[in-house]
Ligand binder design. Structure first.
Ligand SMILES: [Cu+2]
Length: 114
């Protein structure tokens, strides 16, 4: 009885391994989403223009001395809400967008999906 269970466990383990290996193979064929970082510093988004692939994640980090936000322009389709100093906020990018800081409207940035 216990030998059967051991064999069964071995078969399940083997099937899982094959499955995992297969999913690894298919993963390498796709474009693996990247994570990009935009630093907010000295009242600027750095870099202000960022070229990304669809599905990539952009992380904004507020390394300035005042609070900022990241808001889509012109429709406010998405917003980080207020980001205190030291906070970060991320977005999975599906389309190109212009954005700005709703607190300091002169601060502008751009996401370009290629
Ligand atoms: Cu700001």
């Amino acid at each position: 009885m216990s030998k059967k269970i051991t064999t069964l466990k071995a078969v399940i383990f083997l099937l899982c391994s094959v499955f995992l290996l297969n999913s690894c193979d298919t993963e390498t064929e796709k474009t693996i989403p990247k994570v990009h970082t935009v630093e907010i510093k000295q009242m600027k988004f750095q870099p202000a223009e960022l070229i990304v692939q669809k599905g990539d994640t952009v992380v904004w980090i507020n390394n300035d001395i005042v609070a900022h936000d990241v808001t889509e322009e012109p429709g406010k389709a998405w917003t980080s809400s207020v980001m205190p100093v030291g906070e970060s906020w991320s977005l999975v990018v599906t389309q190109s967008a212009d954005y700005y800081c709703n607190i300091h409207v002169v601060m502008k940035g751009k996401l370009i999906v290629q």
